[in-house]
Design a protein around this ligand. Structure first.
Ligand code: FAD
Length: 371
């Protein structure tokens, strides 16, 4: 980057770093890729984000918005200027319990939001496994979701409105109650309608989750709502500065059913047979993952409870229920699926069992086994 380009970016007043250490720190994310950026900017306000993005555009420098960098596919790194939203934009405001909504800065971390909402009896539904790091800006841009996707859907389903910074520095509010960007909406609607038949064929109704990408099928259902296109756009259309989000009531009653199988194939088939019970989540643990907990003090109580050392199995399904859990667990038990079933109602043990899955996921992602 030339010194003139750097000066233009610094003149915006935004905290921006071009030193080697910062560039190396932001050259990686949770993916296998590495690209050294020319610098990193840390805007504190929408105005600063606007000025810095405009200055980068004027200098011919591409920008990559970034949250916590936990994305697995290399979309939080880039060769231009990284615009980092997680350092300063962590404000949570406008909690409205009657409407079931809250406003967050793009850098608010999911656990931070849930800690804030819990005393009020609410939570943010989509539960990414990286909840201690992932930012709401990154979750919206990736349209993230977690194990409880069957009941909560994905992040896009929870966005009411967004405050965004466009590539030319304009700050806009988008959502059903905002009339901004009329030309863009009309153009997108035309494109989306032209592809509607192909979309209907490729994405059948009822598909709960597909990987990120522009939410064109969501836009087709609600043409006036540009948040549907922004959610899943991976930072390619605009930077998200803040968001108004829908929040959900915390579940009343919870219960876990564990089903043990002699093969992974049987476990996969059983998930289909369980859907009518409307589980909040079904998670799968296979033998390689279970074996990693062997000899670890932290997991011994859970291993004993599941009788893993005395009764061999190749695969376990963890089936979680919210509300009417006892009734649905008893139906599950009566179906006699797999080798055996275990019902857990203690939250503490349940949390430890679920951490089998997450701990294993982390280990595997380090070796590139999970994508
Ligand atoms: C062990 C592990 C487990 C995971 N589990 C899950 C899971 O259960 N479910 C799931 O969906 N994902 C999962 N992920 C992927 C990732 O954690 C999530 O997608 C997360 O929501 C990304 O948030 P982030 O703040 O880290 O975003 P980043 O990685 O920083 O960015 C992700 C994308 O969003 C864009 N972006 C970030 N902030 C903004 C902004 N303010 N404005 C515009 N664009 C922005 C970036 O340019 C990039 O394209 C997992 C990753 C790991 C490593």
């Amino acid at each position: 980057m030339t010194s003139t380009q750097q000066r233009k970016i610094r003149q915006t007043g935004c905290d921006a770093r071009f030193d080697n250490l910062t560039r190396q720190l932001y050259a990686t994310d949770a993916s296998i890729y590495q690209i050294e950026p020319i610098g990193v900017a840390f805007p504190k306000t929408a105005e600063q984000a606007s000025l810095v993005i405009r200055a980068a555009a004027d200098a011919g420098v591409p920008i990559t918005p970034r949250g916590a960098g936990t994305s697995l596919v290399g979309n939080a790194i880039g060769e231009g200027l990284i615009v980092e939203f997680s350092r300063y934009n962590r404000q949570i405001t406008n909690l409205d319990l009657e409407k079931g909504s809250v406003r967050v800065g793009a850098g608010v971390v999911l656990d931070q939001l849930n800690d804030f909402l819990k005393p009020h009896g609410f939570c943010f539904g989509p539960d990414v496994a990286t909840s201690s790091r992932a930012t709401l800006g990154g979750m919206i841009a990736n349209n993230s979701s977690g194990a409880r996707c069957p009941i909560y859907g994905t992040t896009a389903d929870h966005v009411i409105s967004l405050e965004i910074v466009m590539a030319d520095g304009r700050v806009e509010k988008i959502g059903p109650s905002h009339q901004s960007l009329g030309d863009q909406r009309a153009k997108i609607e035309k494109l989306v309608r032209a592809a509607s038949a192909e979309m209907a064929e490729r994405w059948p109704p009822g598909l709960i989750k597909r990987w990120p990408g522009y939410g064109i099928e969501r836009f087709l259902r609600a043409p006036n709502n540009l948040t549907n296109i922004l959610a899943g756009s991976e930072g390619t259309l605009a930077a998200i500065f803040s968001a108004e989000l829908k929040i959900s009531r915390l579940p009343g009653e919870k219960g876990l059913g564990l089903i043990f199988f002699q093969s992974v194939a049987e476990a996969m088939q059983a998930t289909v047979e369980l859907l009518d019970l409307k589980p909040a989540a079904i998670e799968h643990i296979d033998r390689p993952l279970l074996d990693q907990t062997k000899g670890q003090l932290h997991f011994q109580a859970a291993r004993d409870l599941l009788e893993l050392d005395s009764k061999r199995c190749e695969s376990i399904l963890i089936v979680e229920f919210y509300d009417d859990a006892a009734e649905r667990l008893s139906i599950l038990q009566s179906r006699k699926i797999g080798l055996r079933t275990k019902i857990l109602t203690s939250g503490l043990v349940g949390a430890q069992i679920r951490s089998f899955a997450f701990d294993g996921l982390r280990r595997r992602s380090k070796t590139g086994g999970v994508h």
